[in-house]
Unconditional design. Structure first.
Length: 440
């Protein structure tokens, strides 16, 4: 593909030795800034580090890790590296428990946030003449505003649709002749199914979907691209609010299956989740990220809890960013069923590899007995398959047993019977402690 759809070709094709020198300069400058910060948090963080000995990006392993709990322990402003008066925006993520994770941005941080998202949109196939429909949530969540500013930085037109109301959104996508769609993969599938069922697909001209904020498998990609049809490309965008938001890494349609980490701003490592030691290249481990350029609230060696591996083959589109495989799950999302570790992403891969299964499903961890059991509730893709539901369920149960090494109950339903989630990240894992099932 050469340099097609590159927003910053001089950065995106930078020679490895030049990238190494840039990363080293930025790390040294970051540590010098943090040393000067009048912050008890940063003074304690660097107390055991001889900053003068850190002269190269290769020395990053001498720095301490950062954990998500530190955001809560220092809530709300303890991790700032600049005076609060220098912030121009504050985002927060609503954690599953306790206080939200608060992140502050300076004006330069916001400019970089826009820049990396513009890169990502261009990588997906976006151009400055496009209309991009942004259906991520707007507000404290970083998704909507992150992609919105990226669209504008690219020079394209942003439609700030936010989440929900799929019927209205489909009308807008058609009437405004959107070229790109930015949303969660589950919402992209929902929109595509509604468009198909209502005969609207021939009015839609969307070429690419920038899909993130929840884990999704190759099977889900196949379903999304199939329902949207034509030349629609579903590509993965990755980010974390603690690091920046969306735009930390992006998948290219020319090289699906790997994410380009924008490593001039976010330096990646992969470590053993238990020991914290680097794993050999190509082996699975936990992604660790350092923000080389962030001013307001940098992080050193942030433990993302996301599991992936480095992909060292050169990218066919000419980009030279360090690449990682699409995420295989989260350390924290692991379910322990009868002593076996199970990742929801593995289950999705098995489900959606079967052509009989639609994109709506849930994992129910049944804790009514001393040992937890796993039950999968999913829809068949077509009403004509309903008479074969029992045979299909047996087939999928066998495939799941082979993949995750435990017996799994499979409960299949007719199409359209499971609830659709129209706003936010799709909830896939449910717990059952009483007689009432989450799916009735």
């Amino acid at each position: 593909m050469g340099t097609t759809h590159m927003f910053q070709p001089e950065v995106e094709t930078m020679a490895p030795e030049d990238k190494h020198a840039l990363q080293s300069r930025r790390l040294v400058a970051l540590l010098e800034r943090l040393q000067r910060a009048s912050s008890p948090y940063w003074q304690e963080k660097l107390a055991a580090v001889d900053v003068d000995d850190i002269r190269s990006i290769d020395d990053i392993v001498r720095l301490p890790f950062t954990w998500k709990d530190e955001f809560r322990q220092t809530y709300p402003y303890g991790m700032l590296a600049v005076p609060r008066a220098e912030l121009v925006r504050i985002h927060a993520s609503s954690g599953t428990s306790g206080k939200p994770t608060v992140v502050g941005y300076t004006a330069r941080d916001i400019a970089i946030f826009a820049e990396v998202n513009a890169r990502a949109i261009a990588m997906a196939g976006g151009t400055s003449s496009d209309v991009v429909h942004v259906a991520y949530g707007y507000g404290l969540f970083t998704g909507g505003l992150g992609l919105h500013y990226g669209v504008e930085r690219l020079g394209a037109a942003a439609v700030p649709a936010s989440g929900g109301n799929p019927a209205f959104q489909l009308g807008l996508l058609a009437d405004l002749e959107a070229d790109g769609l930015a949303c969660t993969p589950s919402f992209a599938l929902l929109l595509g199914e509604r468009a198909r069922d209502e005969g609207l697909l021939d009015r839609l001209w969307v070429r690419y979907g920038i899909l993130g904020a929840e884990p999704w498998s190759e099977g889900m990609r196949a379903r999304i691209e199939e329902v949207w049809g034509g030349s629609f490309q579903a590509v993965d965008i990755y980010g974390l609010s603690e690091v920046m938001g969306p735009g930390v890494a992006m998948e290219s349609p020319a090289a699906k299956g790997a994410l380009n980490v924008f490593d001039d701003h976010f330096y990646p490592e992969i470590v053993d989740p238990e020991t914290g030691e680097p794993v050999p290249d190509g082996e699975l481990g936990e992604l660790v990220l350092t923000t080389l350029t962030k001013e307001g609230q940098p992080v050193l060696r942030y433990r993302t809890r996301d599991l992936t591996r480095f992909v060292d083959e050169p990218s066919p589109d000419g980009r030279t960013f360090r690449r990682v495989a699409r995420l295989e799950g989260r350390v924290d999302d692991m379910l322990i069923i009868r002593g076996i570790n199970v990742y929801p992403r593995e289950v999705e891969s098995v489900l959606l590899d079967d052509d009989a299964i639609g994109g709506q499903y849930g994992l129910v961890v049944d804790r009514r007995a001393p040992l937890a059991e796993l039950r999968i509730v999913a829809e068949v893709v077509d009403e004509a398959l309903v008479p074969q539901i029992d045979a299909i369920a047996e087939r999928i149960a066998r495939a799941l047993t082979e993949r995750v090494r435990i017996r799994v109950e499979v409960d299949l339903r007719p199409p359209g019977t499971l609830p659709r989630q129209e706003v936010g990240k799709a909830k896939r894992v449910f717990e059952q402690t009483g007689d009432e099932s989450p799916f009735g």
